[in-house]
Design a protein around this ligand. Structure first.
Ligand SMILES: Cc1cc2nc3c(=O)[nH]c(=O)nc-3n(C[C@H](O)[C@H](O)[C@H](O)COP(=O)(O)O)c2cc1C
Length: 175
């Protein structure tokens, strides 16, 4: 195993929520396995939505026209060898905060160093993950053409369970 540089974008605003529990279990496992891991709580950041102005693809040479906390995330995004997206399910989809961050990566297109991805989803009910999975496989992991290390789905109690913690630690160990 070679150590990976891992970036986790956590799209939940709840510090003690189910998404955070999944992120913590995976991060603890990844650190113990010798990986370098950075967790960015995007909901605590000032990240605006994409303006669709196309400045990035015209005059910006891949740089977004907006100046906010995405400035600190772009270098991490491009340096990460694995990117994990973690989100609560809101209205059947990814959270607005995570969606804003992902939309803003449109400026630079595909992340430069990413080889692996995973998706963690936390919801109130079962069976509500189809749209988020489609976005991930269709427009993110599939579009980047990187290895999918799995989609992990859980309701809040399941997300906080020992069983889920074990599954996410096992994921970290087998990277
Ligand atoms: C605005 C909003 C929309 C939500 N929409 C859904 C939904 O469509 N389906 C669902 O199962 N749960 C929905 N929920 C419940 C959350 O997915 C659930 O509370 C989840 O555990 C939140 O993750 P967190 O604990 O990391 O914040 C919604 C919650 C909020 C606040």
């Amino acid at each position: 195993m070679s150590a990976l540089k891992i970036l986790v974008l956590n799209g939940s605003a709840r510090a003690n929520g189910g998404t955070a529990a999944m992120v913590k279990a995976f991060s603890d496992g990844a650190r113990e396995a010798g990986h370098e891991i950075e967790v960015v709580n995007v909901a605590a950041k000032d990240i605006h939505g994409c303006l669709g102005c196309e400045w990035c693809h015209r005059r910006g040479k891949g740089r977004c026209v907006q100046r906010d906390d995405m400035d600190g995330i772009y270098p991490l995004w491009d340096a990460a060898e694995m990117i994990v997206l973690a989100s609560p399910i809101y209205y059947g989809s990814l959270s607005g905060q995570l969606s804003c961050a992902i939309h803003r990566t449109y400026a630079g297109d595909k992340p430069r160093s990413c080889r692996k991805m995973a998706l963690f989803l936390c919801s109130g009910a079962h069976g509500v993950y189809d749209a988020a999975e489609r976005i991930y496989h269709g427009f993110i992991q599939g579009y980047y053409g990187v290895e999918d290390c799995g989609v992990f789905e859980a309701t809040t109690p399941e997300a906080k369970s020992d069983q889920m913690a074990q599954r996410l630690r096992a994921l970290a160990e087998r990277l």
